[in-house]
Design a protein around this ligand. Structure first.
Ligand SMILES: [Zn+2]
Ligand SMILES: [Zn+2]
Length: 360
Protein backbone atom coordinates (compact mmCIF):
# COMPACT_ATOMS: atom_id res chain seq x y z
CA UNK A 1 0.00 0.00 0.00
CA UNK A 2 0.92 3.65 -0.40
CA UNK A 3 2.31 5.55 2.57
CA UNK A 4 4.52 8.53 3.40
CA UNK A 5 7.38 7.57 5.71
CA UNK A 6 9.73 9.72 7.78
CA UNK A 7 13.06 7.89 7.62
CA UNK A 8 14.73 9.91 10.36
CA UNK A 9 14.18 13.06 12.41
CA UNK A 10 15.67 16.03 10.58
CA UNK A 11 14.68 14.88 7.08
CA UNK A 12 13.06 17.64 5.00
CA UNK A 13 10.96 15.26 2.95
CA UNK A 14 8.88 12.16 3.49
CA UNK A 15 9.57 9.03 1.50
CA UNK A 16 6.45 8.05 -0.46
CA UNK A 17 6.48 4.28 -0.85
CA UNK A 18 4.06 1.70 -2.23
CA UNK A 19 5.34 -1.44 -0.52
CA UNK A 20 4.15 -1.04 3.07
CA UNK A 21 2.10 -3.73 4.76
CA UNK A 22 0.22 -3.79 8.04
CA UNK A 23 -0.09 -6.39 10.74
CA UNK A 24 -3.43 -8.10 11.43
CA UNK A 25 -5.69 -6.36 13.96
CA UNK A 26 -5.18 -7.97 17.37
CA UNK A 27 -7.66 -8.19 20.27
CA UNK A 28 -9.31 -4.80 20.84
CA UNK A 29 -7.90 -3.40 17.60
CA UNK A 30 -9.48 -2.34 14.33
CA UNK A 31 -8.13 -2.00 10.81
CA UNK A 32 -9.20 1.18 9.03
CA UNK A 33 -9.03 2.04 5.33
CA UNK A 34 -8.00 5.69 5.45
CA UNK A 35 -10.00 7.75 2.95
CA UNK A 36 -8.83 11.27 3.83
CA UNK A 37 -6.15 12.82 6.01
CA UNK A 38 -5.24 16.39 6.82
CA UNK A 39 -1.71 17.72 7.01
CA UNK A 40 -1.19 19.16 10.51
CA UNK A 41 1.66 21.28 11.77
CA UNK A 42 2.44 18.59 14.34
CA UNK A 43 3.58 16.33 11.48
CA UNK A 44 6.23 18.94 10.67
CA UNK A 45 7.07 19.12 14.37
CA UNK A 46 7.88 15.41 14.43
CA UNK A 47 10.09 15.86 11.36
CA UNK A 48 12.08 18.58 13.13
CA UNK A 49 12.17 16.78 16.47
CA UNK A 50 10.03 19.35 18.32
CA UNK A 51 7.61 16.49 19.00
CA UNK A 52 9.51 13.27 19.80
CA UNK A 53 8.72 9.98 18.13
CA UNK A 54 10.19 6.70 16.90
CA UNK A 55 11.40 6.28 13.30
CA UNK A 56 11.01 5.10 10.64
CA UNK A 57 7.42 6.23 10.95
CA UNK A 58 4.35 6.78 8.83
CA UNK A 59 3.30 10.32 9.76
CA UNK A 60 -0.24 11.68 9.87
CA UNK A 61 -2.77 11.70 12.70
CA UNK A 62 -5.77 13.66 11.36
CA UNK A 63 -7.78 11.11 9.44
CA UNK A 64 -11.09 9.50 8.61
CA UNK A 65 -11.99 6.26 6.90
CA UNK A 66 -13.87 2.97 6.97
CA UNK A 67 -13.45 0.08 9.37
CA UNK A 68 -12.44 -2.89 7.22
CA UNK A 69 -11.63 -5.52 9.85
CA UNK A 70 -11.97 -5.88 13.61
CA UNK A 71 -10.00 -7.93 16.11
CA UNK A 72 -11.31 -10.16 18.85
CA UNK A 73 -13.56 -8.54 21.44
CA UNK A 74 -14.23 -5.32 19.54
CA UNK A 75 -17.77 -4.13 20.26
CA UNK A 76 -17.91 -0.37 19.61
CA UNK A 77 -17.54 -0.55 15.83
CA UNK A 78 -17.95 -3.09 13.07
CA UNK A 79 -16.80 -3.61 9.53
CA UNK A 80 -18.15 -0.90 7.23
CA UNK A 81 -18.50 1.79 9.90
CA UNK A 82 -17.27 5.26 8.94
CA UNK A 83 -14.96 6.66 11.60
CA UNK A 84 -12.71 9.56 12.59
CA UNK A 85 -9.32 8.74 14.08
CA UNK A 86 -8.91 9.88 17.70
CA UNK A 87 -5.11 10.09 17.84
CA UNK A 88 -5.02 9.93 21.63
CA UNK A 89 -7.21 6.92 22.46
CA UNK A 90 -8.22 6.68 26.12
CA UNK A 91 -6.94 3.51 27.83
CA UNK A 92 -10.17 3.23 29.82
CA UNK A 93 -8.57 2.27 33.13
CA UNK A 94 -6.26 5.08 34.37
CA UNK A 95 -7.24 7.88 36.76
CA UNK A 96 -7.87 10.33 33.92
CA UNK A 97 -10.18 7.89 32.14
CA UNK A 98 -11.87 7.20 35.48
CA UNK A 99 -12.02 9.43 38.57
CA UNK A 100 -10.80 12.63 36.93
CA UNK A 101 -13.37 12.37 34.13
CA UNK A 102 -10.82 13.71 31.62
CA UNK A 103 -10.14 10.91 29.16
CA UNK A 104 -8.48 13.33 26.72
CA UNK A 105 -5.66 13.66 29.28
CA UNK A 106 -5.00 9.90 29.35
CA UNK A 107 -1.39 9.25 28.40
CA UNK A 108 -1.46 5.47 28.82
CA UNK A 109 -3.37 4.86 25.57
CA UNK A 110 -1.06 7.04 23.47
CA UNK A 111 1.96 5.74 25.36
CA UNK A 112 1.13 2.15 24.46
CA UNK A 113 0.42 2.69 20.76
CA UNK A 114 3.37 5.04 20.21
CA UNK A 115 5.89 2.26 20.83
CA UNK A 116 4.05 -0.37 18.77
CA UNK A 117 5.00 -0.81 15.11
CA UNK A 118 1.92 -1.82 13.10
CA UNK A 119 3.48 -1.28 9.67
CA UNK A 120 5.99 -3.54 7.94
CA UNK A 121 8.39 -2.79 5.11
CA UNK A 122 10.11 -5.88 3.73
CA UNK A 123 9.45 -7.53 7.10
CA UNK A 124 11.03 -4.69 9.11
CA UNK A 125 8.90 -2.73 11.58
CA UNK A 126 7.74 0.80 10.75
CA UNK A 127 6.11 2.88 13.48
CA UNK A 128 3.25 5.34 13.16
CA UNK A 129 3.40 8.95 14.40
CA UNK A 130 2.25 8.65 18.01
CA UNK A 131 1.08 5.15 17.11
CA UNK A 132 -1.18 6.52 14.38
CA UNK A 133 0.01 7.04 10.79
CA UNK A 134 -2.86 8.30 8.65
CA UNK A 135 -0.52 8.98 5.72
CA UNK A 136 -1.11 5.36 4.74
CA UNK A 137 -3.96 3.63 2.95
CA UNK A 138 -4.63 1.27 5.85
CA UNK A 139 -3.82 1.41 9.54
CA UNK A 140 -4.35 -0.39 12.82
CA UNK A 141 -5.96 1.45 15.72
CA UNK A 142 -7.24 0.65 19.18
CA UNK A 143 -11.00 0.32 19.30
CA UNK A 144 -11.01 3.45 21.47
CA UNK A 145 -9.08 5.29 18.75
CA UNK A 146 -11.97 5.45 16.31
CA UNK A 147 -15.15 7.50 16.68
CA UNK A 148 -18.11 6.38 14.56
CA UNK A 149 -19.80 8.98 12.37
CA UNK A 150 -22.78 9.04 9.99
CA UNK A 151 -22.20 7.49 6.56
CA UNK A 152 -23.19 10.66 4.69
CA UNK A 153 -20.33 12.83 6.03
CA UNK A 154 -17.63 13.40 3.38
CA UNK A 155 -14.35 11.93 4.60
CA UNK A 156 -12.35 15.08 3.90
CA UNK A 157 -14.73 17.03 6.16
CA UNK A 158 -14.60 14.35 8.84
CA UNK A 159 -10.81 14.15 8.78
CA UNK A 160 -10.42 17.80 9.82
CA UNK A 161 -12.37 17.15 13.02
CA UNK A 162 -9.75 14.62 14.14
CA UNK A 163 -7.09 17.12 15.16
CA UNK A 164 -7.11 20.81 14.21
CA UNK A 165 -10.81 21.55 14.45
CA UNK A 166 -11.33 19.70 17.74
CA UNK A 167 -8.22 21.38 19.14
CA UNK A 168 -9.19 24.95 18.22
CA UNK A 169 -12.95 24.87 18.71
CA UNK A 170 -12.57 22.81 21.88
CA UNK A 171 -10.07 25.27 23.39
CA UNK A 172 -12.58 28.10 22.96
CA UNK A 173 -15.65 26.19 24.18
CA UNK A 174 -14.31 23.68 26.71
CA UNK A 175 -11.19 25.25 28.20
CA UNK A 176 -11.31 29.04 27.94
CA UNK A 177 -15.14 28.95 27.94
CA UNK A 178 -15.46 32.11 25.84
CA UNK A 179 -18.51 34.10 26.98
CA UNK A 180 -21.09 35.82 24.79
CA UNK A 181 -20.22 39.45 24.11
CA UNK A 182 -16.55 39.02 25.01
CA UNK A 183 -13.43 40.19 23.16
CA UNK A 184 -10.99 37.66 21.75
CA UNK A 185 -7.62 37.75 20.00
CA UNK A 186 -6.19 34.73 18.17
CA UNK A 187 -2.48 34.48 17.30
CA UNK A 188 -1.88 32.32 14.23
CA UNK A 189 -4.34 31.68 11.42
CA UNK A 190 -3.46 28.13 10.37
CA UNK A 191 -5.95 25.32 10.83
CA UNK A 192 -5.98 25.43 14.62
CA UNK A 193 -6.17 29.24 14.80
CA UNK A 194 -9.03 29.34 12.28
CA UNK A 195 -10.80 26.68 14.35
CA UNK A 196 -10.32 28.81 17.50
CA UNK A 197 -11.78 31.80 15.65
CA UNK A 198 -14.78 29.67 14.72
CA UNK A 199 -15.09 28.42 18.30
CA UNK A 200 -15.11 32.00 19.60
CA UNK A 201 -17.72 32.92 17.00
CA UNK A 202 -19.92 29.95 17.97
CA UNK A 203 -19.56 30.98 21.64
CA UNK A 204 -20.86 34.46 20.78
CA UNK A 205 -17.77 36.64 21.14
CA UNK A 206 -18.43 40.23 20.12
CA UNK A 207 -14.99 41.02 18.73
CA UNK A 208 -12.53 38.47 17.35
CA UNK A 209 -9.15 39.78 16.25
CA UNK A 210 -7.00 37.51 14.09
CA UNK A 211 -3.22 38.09 14.14
CA UNK A 212 -0.87 36.63 11.55
CA UNK A 213 2.36 37.65 9.84
CA UNK A 214 1.00 36.42 6.51
CA UNK A 215 -1.28 39.17 5.15
CA UNK A 216 -2.94 36.75 2.76
CA UNK A 217 -4.32 34.83 5.72
CA UNK A 218 -5.90 37.89 7.29
CA UNK A 219 -8.69 38.14 4.71
CA UNK A 220 -9.18 34.39 5.06
CA UNK A 221 -9.61 34.78 8.83
CA UNK A 222 -12.39 37.34 8.31
CA UNK A 223 -14.28 34.78 6.25
CA UNK A 224 -14.40 32.50 9.30
CA UNK A 225 -15.71 35.11 11.72
CA UNK A 226 -12.82 37.40 12.67
CA UNK A 227 -14.15 40.94 13.06
CA UNK A 228 -10.64 42.36 12.68
CA UNK A 229 -7.48 40.88 11.18
CA UNK A 230 -4.06 42.46 11.66
CA UNK A 231 -0.34 41.87 11.45
CA UNK A 232 1.44 41.80 14.85
CA UNK A 233 2.69 45.39 14.54
CA UNK A 234 -0.92 46.61 14.22
CA UNK A 235 -2.21 44.77 17.29
CA UNK A 236 -1.64 47.54 19.86
CA UNK A 237 -3.70 49.98 17.79
CA UNK A 238 -6.66 47.62 17.47
CA UNK A 239 -6.36 46.69 21.16
CA UNK A 240 -6.58 50.39 22.05
CA UNK A 241 -9.54 50.88 19.72
CA UNK A 242 -11.55 47.88 20.94
CA UNK A 243 -10.64 47.67 24.62
CA UNK A 244 -9.50 51.18 25.55
CA UNK A 245 -6.03 49.66 25.89
CA UNK A 246 -7.03 47.39 28.78
CA UNK A 247 -6.69 44.24 26.76
CA UNK A 248 -8.88 41.41 25.50
CA UNK A 249 -10.94 39.04 27.63
CA UNK A 250 -9.31 36.03 25.94
CA UNK A 251 -6.24 35.34 23.84
CA UNK A 252 -5.49 32.10 21.99
CA UNK A 253 -1.99 31.18 20.88
CA UNK A 254 -2.05 28.71 17.98
CA UNK A 255 1.61 28.90 16.91
CA UNK A 256 3.65 27.13 19.58
CA UNK A 257 6.39 29.70 20.25
CA UNK A 258 7.31 31.29 23.57
CA UNK A 259 7.33 34.80 22.05
CA UNK A 260 3.74 34.56 20.85
CA UNK A 261 2.66 32.89 24.10
CA UNK A 262 4.08 35.90 25.94
CA UNK A 263 2.31 38.20 23.44
CA UNK A 264 -0.96 36.39 24.20
CA UNK A 265 -0.43 37.03 27.93
CA UNK A 266 0.31 40.71 27.25
CA UNK A 267 -2.76 41.05 25.02
CA UNK A 268 -5.31 40.13 27.72
CA UNK A 269 -6.72 42.50 30.31
CA UNK A 270 -6.33 42.14 34.07
CA UNK A 271 -8.25 39.00 35.01
CA UNK A 272 -8.25 37.81 31.39
CA UNK A 273 -7.27 34.42 30.02
CA UNK A 274 -4.39 33.48 27.73
CA UNK A 275 -5.05 30.00 26.37
CA UNK A 276 -2.13 28.16 24.78
CA UNK A 277 -3.04 25.71 22.02
CA UNK A 278 0.16 25.69 19.93
CA UNK A 279 2.50 22.71 20.39
CA UNK A 280 5.87 24.16 21.38
CA UNK A 281 9.30 22.74 22.11
CA UNK A 282 10.42 21.30 25.46
CA UNK A 283 13.35 23.75 25.64
CA UNK A 284 11.47 26.93 24.66
CA UNK A 285 10.61 28.81 27.87
CA UNK A 286 7.98 31.49 28.43
CA UNK A 287 9.03 34.18 30.92
CA UNK A 288 6.42 35.65 33.26
CA UNK A 289 7.54 37.70 36.23
CA UNK A 290 6.68 36.49 39.71
CA UNK A 291 5.00 39.83 40.37
CA UNK A 292 2.76 40.00 37.34
CA UNK A 293 1.33 36.52 37.78
CA UNK A 294 -0.47 37.35 41.03
CA UNK A 295 -0.90 41.09 40.56
CA UNK A 296 -2.66 40.91 37.17
CA UNK A 297 -5.02 38.11 38.23
CA UNK A 298 -4.64 36.71 34.69
CA UNK A 299 -4.92 33.03 33.79
CA UNK A 300 -2.27 31.36 31.63
CA UNK A 301 -3.82 28.05 30.64
CA UNK A 302 -3.01 25.20 28.30
CA UNK A 303 -5.46 23.26 26.20
CA UNK A 304 -4.72 19.78 24.88
CA UNK A 305 -6.71 18.30 21.99
CA UNK A 306 -9.70 20.52 22.67
CA UNK A 307 -10.01 19.64 26.36
CA UNK A 308 -13.12 17.51 25.91
CA UNK A 309 -14.40 13.99 25.39
CA UNK A 310 -13.84 13.25 21.71
CA UNK A 311 -16.55 10.59 21.54
CA UNK A 312 -18.99 13.32 22.57
CA UNK A 313 -17.44 16.22 20.64
CA UNK A 314 -16.63 14.76 17.22
CA UNK A 315 -20.35 14.11 16.45
CA UNK A 316 -21.29 17.49 17.99
CA UNK A 317 -18.83 19.32 15.75
CA UNK A 318 -20.27 17.53 12.74
CA UNK A 319 -23.75 18.66 13.81
CA UNK A 320 -22.49 22.24 13.92
CA UNK A 321 -21.08 21.71 10.42
CA UNK A 322 -24.38 20.25 9.13
CA UNK A 323 -26.24 23.21 10.63
CA UNK A 324 -23.98 25.61 8.73
CA UNK A 325 -22.41 27.00 11.90
CA UNK A 326 -18.94 25.50 11.48
CA UNK A 327 -17.25 26.06 8.12
CA UNK A 328 -15.09 23.05 7.30
CA UNK A 329 -15.14 23.15 3.47
CA UNK A 330 -13.65 26.63 3.60
CA UNK A 331 -10.74 25.40 5.70
CA UNK A 332 -9.51 23.13 2.90
CA UNK A 333 -6.97 25.22 0.99
CA UNK A 334 -5.85 22.36 -1.22
CA UNK A 335 -6.70 18.77 -2.02
CA UNK A 336 -3.93 16.42 -3.11
CA UNK A 337 -2.75 12.86 -3.60
CA UNK A 338 -0.09 11.37 -1.39
CA UNK A 339 2.68 11.70 -3.98
CA UNK A 340 2.31 15.51 -3.65
CA UNK A 341 2.80 15.43 0.11
CA UNK A 342 6.23 17.07 0.13
CA UNK A 343 4.81 20.07 -1.78
CA UNK A 344 2.11 20.19 0.85
CA UNK A 345 4.63 20.17 3.68
CA UNK A 346 6.52 23.02 1.99
CA UNK A 347 3.32 25.08 1.71
CA UNK A 348 2.65 24.49 5.39
CA UNK A 349 6.20 25.58 6.32
CA UNK A 350 5.69 28.75 4.29
CA UNK A 351 2.48 29.45 6.21
CA UNK A 352 0.43 29.78 3.02
CA UNK A 353 -2.41 27.39 3.81
CA UNK A 354 -5.14 26.72 6.36
CA UNK A 355 -5.51 22.96 5.81
CA UNK A 356 -4.50 20.58 3.03
CA UNK A 357 -6.19 17.22 2.66
CA UNK A 358 -4.92 14.05 1.03
CA UNK A 359 -7.45 11.58 -0.30
CA UNK A 360 -6.64 8.01 -1.20
ZN1 LIG B 1 -2.53 17.66 14.60
ZN1 LIG C 1 -6.48 6.26 30.51
Amino acid sequence: MLAAVLRQVGDDNLDVVDNLEIVEPGPGQVQVKIEATGLCHSDLSMMTGVIPGLTPAVLGHEGAGIVEAVGEGVTRVEEGDHVIVDWSPPCGTCSYCGDFGAAHLCTDGLGSIAVTANFLEGGSPVFGFGGNGTFAEHMILLEAGVIKIDDDIPFEIASLIGCGVMTGVGAALNKAKVQPGSSVVVFGCGGVGIAAIQGARIAGAAEIVAVDLNEGKLETAKGFGASHAVTPDQLDAVKAELTGGEGFDYAFEAIGKSATMRAAWDAVRRGGTACIIGAGAVDDFVTLSAFEIFSTDKSFIGSYYGSGDNSYWFPRLLRLWKAGRLDLEGMISRRMKIDEINDGLAAMRAGDVVRQVITF
